[in-house]
Ligand binder design. Sequence first.
Ligand SMILES: Cc1ncc(COP(=O)(O)O)c(C=O)c1O
Length: 391
Amino acid sequence: MSARFDQAVNRKGTNSMKWDGVDELYNGENLWPMWVADMDFQVPSAVIEAVQQEVSKGVFGYPIRSAAVDFAVQSWLQRRFDLEIDAEHIVYTSGVVPAISQIIKQFTEPGDKVIIQPPVYYPFFKVVSNHDRELIENPLVFDGVQYKMDFEHLKSVIDDKTKIMLLCSPHNPVGRVWTEEELKELAEICVEHDLLVISDEIHCDIVFKGHKHLPIASLSEEMRKRTITCMAPSKTFNLAGLQTSYTVIFNPTLRRQFKNHLSQEFLNMFSQIGAVAMEAAYTMGEEWLEELIDYVEGNVQFVKLYIEEHMPKIKVVNPEGTYLLWMDCTDLGMTAAERKKWLTTEAKVALSNGIVFGKEGEPFERINLACSRASVQEGLNRIKRGYDKLT
Ligand SMILES: Cc1ncc(COP(=O)(O)O)c(C=O)c1O
């Protein structure tokens, strides 16, 4: 247990999408929000102090890039993932999804094909289709316990029009932290078919005991050349509202093209407060993060035991990382729409309905566990009240 994360933070009335937007979005009343992926925790105190200090200057003009922030990012990647990068490899962006969208726009033509692996974070569908690129799905395979990538199917869907593999690593919503062996097999296929790899590694910092995140770009020289890695401190340190993220691009040609593209689209500005927060988080937030990972893992165990005891028709898919838990609701015998209605009217909770992650997600719900144990318990008690009415 951690006193720090047990502390309730009242986010109601703070213009929080999760808390203040939930009733309207889910068309309900007093719903307990366990949906969108941000945390109900206060950020590390060093981050609050750094931002306060920046705010106290009282001037918020256009910023330039800071060597101290570059260094903080470089040190973080080196310490956490053994990934050695130069400052020039970093291209700052104002969000991982906007970055992915612009990479697809820059490096493909209308009609080109981009591969995603559902069930997957739902904007992955739109970043492809919004640009009139063709979406190719290589669904993950679920054996009832764990999800795996389907390499044989992947090989069968690649043709001359296929340009990009959009990887989610670790994978939201199923919680997989891909192993070296899996990533190597994937990398081999991408190299053989000359695919550009966009690796969304936004969840890389929250990985549970016994698992290790491996940036796919670090596998080989070939992968360094063809990978654009998208990262951010936003999931890790609860900074999503500051719109701060970055890409790591080793290949100088890809990097120059991407930077030029951002500049042409007038998307090369960044948030100074965000940069200050990121620097503080990466330099002084490590102890907070280690405690957070333990706490979230504790929440996962708590949910598993609670569900096993009280709601045996729901099966938890064991996560290896992320603060998102994927729950198999097949045995409830409801469609996604029926489940959503039941959860919002009978249980009064807002979860992420599995269908939004692709048709493979239909019988699942995703629950956000980045909140205090008491908050998790409140959510579960509500679901149980709804569950008891079913049986
Ligand atoms: C895999 C993944 N990528 C990107 C994002 C969002 O990134 P951003 O807010 O920087 O666009 C999320 C948020 O949940 C996510 O799960």
